[in-house]
Design a protein around this ligand. Structure first.
Ligand code: CDP
Ligand code: ZN
Length: 159
Protein backbone atom coordinates (compact mmCIF):
# COMPACT_ATOMS: atom_id res chain seq x y z
CA UNK A 1 0.00 0.00 0.00
CA UNK A 2 1.41 3.36 -1.07
CA UNK A 3 0.29 6.83 0.00
CA UNK A 4 1.66 10.12 -1.36
CA UNK A 5 1.75 13.56 0.26
CA UNK A 6 2.95 17.03 -0.68
CA UNK A 7 4.39 19.70 1.58
CA UNK A 8 5.18 23.38 1.11
CA UNK A 9 6.65 26.03 3.40
CA UNK A 10 8.11 29.55 3.26
CA UNK A 11 9.96 31.62 5.88
CA UNK A 12 11.23 35.20 5.91
CA UNK A 13 14.98 35.90 5.89
CA UNK A 14 16.01 38.21 8.75
CA UNK A 15 19.18 39.53 10.37
CA UNK A 16 20.54 37.90 13.52
CA UNK A 17 19.14 34.46 12.81
CA UNK A 18 20.95 31.22 11.94
CA UNK A 19 20.17 29.76 8.53
CA UNK A 20 19.22 26.14 9.12
CA UNK A 21 17.98 24.09 6.20
CA UNK A 22 17.65 20.32 6.16
CA UNK A 23 19.12 20.19 9.66
CA UNK A 24 22.37 21.84 8.47
CA UNK A 25 23.61 25.28 9.52
CA UNK A 26 24.51 27.19 6.35
CA UNK A 27 26.88 30.18 6.55
CA UNK A 28 24.97 33.30 5.42
CA UNK A 29 24.39 36.91 6.51
CA UNK A 30 20.75 36.18 7.42
CA UNK A 31 18.61 33.34 8.72
CA UNK A 32 15.02 32.20 8.58
CA UNK A 33 12.52 33.67 11.01
CA UNK A 34 10.05 31.43 12.82
CA UNK A 35 8.77 30.13 16.11
CA UNK A 36 10.98 27.04 15.87
CA UNK A 37 14.39 27.08 14.13
CA UNK A 38 12.36 27.78 10.93
CA UNK A 39 13.90 24.89 8.98
CA UNK A 40 11.77 25.41 5.89
CA UNK A 41 12.83 22.13 4.23
CA UNK A 42 12.08 19.95 7.22
CA UNK A 43 8.71 21.68 7.67
CA UNK A 44 7.79 20.90 4.04
CA UNK A 45 8.85 17.26 4.51
CA UNK A 46 6.80 16.93 7.71
CA UNK A 47 3.72 18.31 5.94
CA UNK A 48 4.30 15.80 3.14
CA UNK A 49 4.45 12.97 5.69
CA UNK A 50 1.25 14.10 7.41
CA UNK A 51 -0.43 14.81 4.06
CA UNK A 52 0.24 11.28 2.82
CA UNK A 53 -1.86 9.86 5.66
CA UNK A 54 -4.39 12.73 5.79
CA UNK A 55 -3.24 13.48 9.35
CA UNK A 56 -3.65 17.25 9.06
CA UNK A 57 -0.66 19.56 8.98
CA UNK A 58 2.40 20.60 10.99
CA UNK A 59 0.50 23.38 12.79
CA UNK A 60 -2.16 20.93 13.98
CA UNK A 61 0.43 18.64 15.53
CA UNK A 62 2.97 21.25 16.69
CA UNK A 63 1.11 24.57 17.30
CA UNK A 64 3.29 27.71 17.16
CA UNK A 65 1.31 29.06 20.11
CA UNK A 66 2.79 26.24 22.22
CA UNK A 67 5.92 27.36 24.06
CA UNK A 68 7.20 23.78 23.96
CA UNK A 69 8.08 24.42 20.29
CA UNK A 70 9.75 27.83 20.68
CA UNK A 71 13.24 27.71 19.10
CA UNK A 72 12.99 23.92 19.04
CA UNK A 73 15.09 22.01 16.50
CA UNK A 74 12.90 20.94 13.60
CA UNK A 75 14.75 17.60 13.70
CA UNK A 76 12.80 16.89 16.89
CA UNK A 77 9.52 17.58 15.08
CA UNK A 78 10.65 15.35 12.21
CA UNK A 79 11.33 12.50 14.64
CA UNK A 80 7.87 12.92 16.16
CA UNK A 81 6.26 12.95 12.70
CA UNK A 82 8.18 9.77 11.86
CA UNK A 83 6.86 8.13 15.01
CA UNK A 84 3.29 9.08 14.04
CA UNK A 85 3.53 7.51 10.58
CA UNK A 86 5.25 4.43 12.02
CA UNK A 87 2.38 4.10 14.52
CA UNK A 88 0.10 3.83 11.45
CA UNK A 89 2.32 1.05 10.09
CA UNK A 90 4.07 3.10 7.38
CA UNK A 91 7.70 3.62 6.41
CA UNK A 92 9.15 6.19 4.04
CA UNK A 93 9.44 4.90 0.47
CA UNK A 94 11.18 8.01 -0.87
CA UNK A 95 11.23 11.82 -0.64
CA UNK A 96 11.85 14.42 -3.34
CA UNK A 97 12.28 18.13 -2.48
CA UNK A 98 12.96 21.54 -3.96
CA UNK A 99 14.51 24.45 -2.09
CA UNK A 100 13.82 27.82 -3.74
CA UNK A 101 16.43 30.38 -2.67
CA UNK A 102 18.05 33.23 -4.55
CA UNK A 103 21.00 32.99 -2.13
CA UNK A 104 23.03 31.30 -0.76
CA UNK A 105 24.08 28.38 -2.95
CA UNK A 106 22.59 25.16 -1.61
CA UNK A 107 24.60 22.80 -3.78
CA UNK A 108 27.66 22.63 -1.46
CA UNK A 109 25.39 21.59 1.43
CA UNK A 110 22.98 19.17 -0.22
CA UNK A 111 24.90 15.95 0.41
CA UNK A 112 25.18 16.85 4.13
CA UNK A 113 21.44 17.58 4.29
CA UNK A 114 20.61 14.25 2.63
CA UNK A 115 22.88 12.36 5.02
CA UNK A 116 21.45 14.15 8.06
CA UNK A 117 17.83 13.54 7.03
CA UNK A 118 18.54 9.91 6.08
CA UNK A 119 20.10 9.33 9.50
CA UNK A 120 17.22 10.95 11.40
CA UNK A 121 14.57 9.17 9.30
CA UNK A 122 16.54 5.90 9.48
CA UNK A 123 16.46 5.34 5.71
CA UNK A 124 19.04 5.02 2.93
CA UNK A 125 20.40 8.33 1.64
CA UNK A 126 19.44 7.31 -1.92
CA UNK A 127 15.77 7.57 -0.89
CA UNK A 128 16.10 11.32 -0.30
CA UNK A 129 16.44 13.74 -3.22
CA UNK A 130 17.03 17.47 -2.62
CA UNK A 131 17.19 19.96 -5.47
CA UNK A 132 17.69 23.74 -5.45
CA UNK A 133 16.55 26.63 -7.64
CA UNK A 134 16.73 30.38 -7.62
CA UNK A 135 13.52 32.32 -8.28
CA UNK A 136 15.20 34.19 -11.15
CA UNK A 137 15.26 37.36 -8.95
CA UNK A 138 11.46 37.57 -8.98
CA UNK A 139 9.09 38.09 -6.03
CA UNK A 140 10.01 37.81 -2.33
CA UNK A 141 12.18 34.72 -2.76
CA UNK A 142 13.99 36.19 -5.76
CA UNK A 143 14.52 39.44 -3.82
CA UNK A 144 16.27 37.45 -1.03
CA UNK A 145 13.50 38.23 1.48
CA UNK A 146 12.41 34.61 1.91
CA UNK A 147 13.25 30.98 1.20
CA UNK A 148 10.68 28.35 0.30
CA UNK A 149 10.65 24.58 0.04
CA UNK A 150 8.46 21.91 -1.51
CA UNK A 151 8.46 18.20 -0.77
CA UNK A 152 6.75 15.09 -2.10
CA UNK A 153 6.75 12.14 0.28
CA UNK A 154 5.82 8.58 -0.67
CA UNK A 155 4.98 6.24 2.21
CA UNK A 156 4.72 2.45 2.09
CA UNK A 157 2.93 -0.08 4.24
CA UNK A 158 3.64 -3.79 3.87
CA UNK A 159 0.33 -5.65 3.77
O1 CDP B 1 19.19 27.01 -14.59
P1 CDP B 1 17.83 27.06 -13.95
O2 CDP B 1 17.10 28.33 -14.22
O3 CDP B 1 17.04 25.82 -14.15
O4 CDP B 1 18.16 27.05 -12.37
P2 CDP B 1 18.74 28.19 -11.44
O5 CDP B 1 17.67 28.64 -10.55
O6 CDP B 1 19.47 29.22 -12.21
O7 CDP B 1 19.80 27.33 -10.61
C1 CDP B 1 20.86 26.70 -11.26
C2 CDP B 1 21.49 25.65 -10.39
O8 CDP B 1 22.11 26.26 -9.25
C3 CDP B 1 20.49 24.68 -9.81
O9 CDP B 1 20.28 23.58 -10.66
C4 CDP B 1 21.12 24.27 -8.49
O10 CDP B 1 21.96 23.16 -8.69
C5 CDP B 1 21.97 25.45 -8.10
N1 CDP B 1 21.37 26.28 -7.01
C6 CDP B 1 21.89 26.16 -5.74
O11 CDP B 1 22.79 25.37 -5.50
N2 CDP B 1 21.39 26.95 -4.73
C7 CDP B 1 20.41 27.81 -4.95
N3 CDP B 1 19.97 28.56 -3.93
C8 CDP B 1 19.85 27.91 -6.22
C9 CDP B 1 20.36 27.14 -7.25
ZN1 ZN C 1 8.08 26.42 8.64
Amino acid sequence: MYRIGMGYDIHKLEDNRDLIIGGIKIPYEKGLLGHSDADVLIHAIIDGMFGALALGDIGTHFPDTDNEYKDVSSILLLKRALQLIQDEGYTINNIDCNIIAQEPKMKPHISKMREKLAKELMIDVNLISIKAKTNEKMDAVGEKRAIEAHAVVMLRKEI
